[in-house]
Design a protein around this ligand. Structure first.
Ligand SMILES: NC(=O)c1ccc[n+]([C@@H]2O[C@H](COP(=O)([O-])OP(=O)(O)OC[C@H]3O[C@@H](n4cnc5c(N)ncnc54)[C@H](O)[C@@H]3O)[C@@H](O)[C@H]2O)c1
Ligand SMILES: [Zn+2]
Length: 384
């Protein structure tokens, strides 16, 4: 069994095109780092960009793997957290690369969570007008979400992720064994995006999650490998279909219109995944009200989230009206009308009129869905 689990899965994005690349998923995939780099991203020198937490925990192992593989590499680190996804940190990293003599023939490796991926990716997209890029995601969110889809970027005073570029990596090495050191809160937040993948695209995958909530929370190695593998497949399939976000990719925004609004109202003190969990519940309620989502979907989702340790309702202190007001600020709201990506049932989304994947919903319906708080938030998840 062990040998089977250790065989890495290879998921190919845009196969047969110039920008095609593989996501290699497996326990122990990282041990083959040097040979994978030689094959997929040969370069004169490698620059590994990581936040200090991840650099301290995993940097020396990565350094050893590169060195024994005969690859010339240097590490560049930054302060952990979203606050580092700025032009200032981008400039510091870029200047450090220049100072250390990195040139066009280098390859930039992001090692870490979504912040490292977005930041290092934007450095790679802009350094010398673009150099080779490789991702090593180490948070659950980065493995199943941020490392897939080619979006890189920074936060600016005007909003999150408003400056960036599309850049596909040469290869992504997704090794769930990194998750052993991930703090519980970060892990649980990541699980919300896995639930989202099940909700929008695969009832079978959702059922797997529902049947394994305990082993997911225990981080049973095999269960987590399956979770990561299933989510990577779903997200890859959706973005591979719709690289420039013209259509179906919008379904990935399920739970996010309300989720982003809640994050905004709470001044980003809540982990993103927690806000998405709450957002998915509310948006299922909206869908049920407008007749797009099958009745009972909201209750089923609430039950699953609850068992996974995720919140199912916005914290009681926050006013529904302020959440509705904040939905208008989402950058995905076009022409100031708020559109929602709603599921038709647990596990599927269908295009509506004129083939569109999102629908406009009146504020009154959103308010009602927000005010319906049937499931209490569990202690561990209100403690944020
Ligand atoms: N590009 C995209 O398509 C996309 C999609 C979703 C999210 N994102 C971005 O991703 C970011 C959030 O990602 P995140 O939640 O991974 O945040 P993060 O990168 O800040 O990581 C969260 C925390 O976990 C730590 N960490 C990561 N891996 C670890 C490990 N293996 N062991 C111990 N600690 C570890 C980090 O040091 C950090 O403190 C946001 O900036 C968001 O905008 C991007
Ligand atoms: Zn998200």
């Amino acid at each position: 069994v062990r040998a089977g689990v250790r065989t890495p899965d290879v998921i190919s994005l845009h196969p047969g095109t110039a920008g095609g690349f593989d996501i290699r998923v497996g326990l122990g995939v990282i041990d083959r780092l040097a040979s994978i780099l030689k094959e997929e991203a040969p370069a004169h020198r490698y620059a590994v960009i990581a936040d200090r937490n991840v650099a301290e925990l995993h940097g020396s192992r990565i350094g050893r793997l590169l060195e024994t593989g005969g690859l010339d590499a240097e590490f560049f680190d930054f302060t952990p957290g979203e606050a580092s996804k700025t032009r200032a940190v981008w400039a510091t990293l870029t200047d450090a690369l220049l100072e250390h003599g990195f040139g066009r023939d280098c390859c930039i490796i992001s090692l870490g969570g979504g912040v490292a991926g977005d930041l290092a990716g934007f450095v790679a997209a802009t350094f010398m007008r673009g150099v080779a890029f490789v991702q090593i995601p180490t948070s659950l969110l980065a493995m199943i979400d941020a490392s897939i889809g080619g979006k890189t970027g920074l936060d600016v005073p005007g909003g999150k992720n408003l400056v960036g570029a599309f850049l596909q990596p040469r290869v992504v090495l997704t090794d769930p064994s990194f998750l052993a050191t991930l703090p519980e809160r970060e892990f649980t937040a990541g699980v919300a995006e896995a639930v989202k993948h099940g909700m929008i695209a695969s009832e079978r995958y959702l059922e797997e999650i529902e049947a394994n909530t305990d082993s997911i929370r225990r981080r049973d190695e095999r269960t987590i490998l399956e979770l990561v593998r299933g989510s990577v497949r779903i997200k890859s399939e959706i973005v591979g279909d719709d690289v420039l976000e013209a259509g179906r990719r919008a379904i990935l925004n399920f739970g996010h219109t309300i989720g982003h609004a809640i994050e905004h109202v709470l001044d980003y003190t809540l982990p993103h995944g927690f806000a998405v969990a709450m957002g998915m519940v509310v948006e299922s309620g909206i869908g049920e009200t407008v007749g797009i989502t099958a009745p009972g979907t909201r209750r089923r989702l609430e039950a699953a989230l609850h068992r996974l340790g995720l919140p199912t309702a916005a914290p009681p202190g926050i006013d529904a009206q302020s959440i509705v007001a904040a939905t208008g600020m989402d950058k995905k709201a076009r022409a100031s009308r708020v559109r929602y990506a709603l599921v038709s049932s647990a596990g599927s989304c269908r295009p509506g009129t004129a083939g569109r994947w999102t629908v406009e919903v009146p504020d009154a319906v959103v308010l009602d869905a927000l005010r319906n708080r049937p499931a209490p938030v569990s202690q561990e998840t209100t403690d944020v």
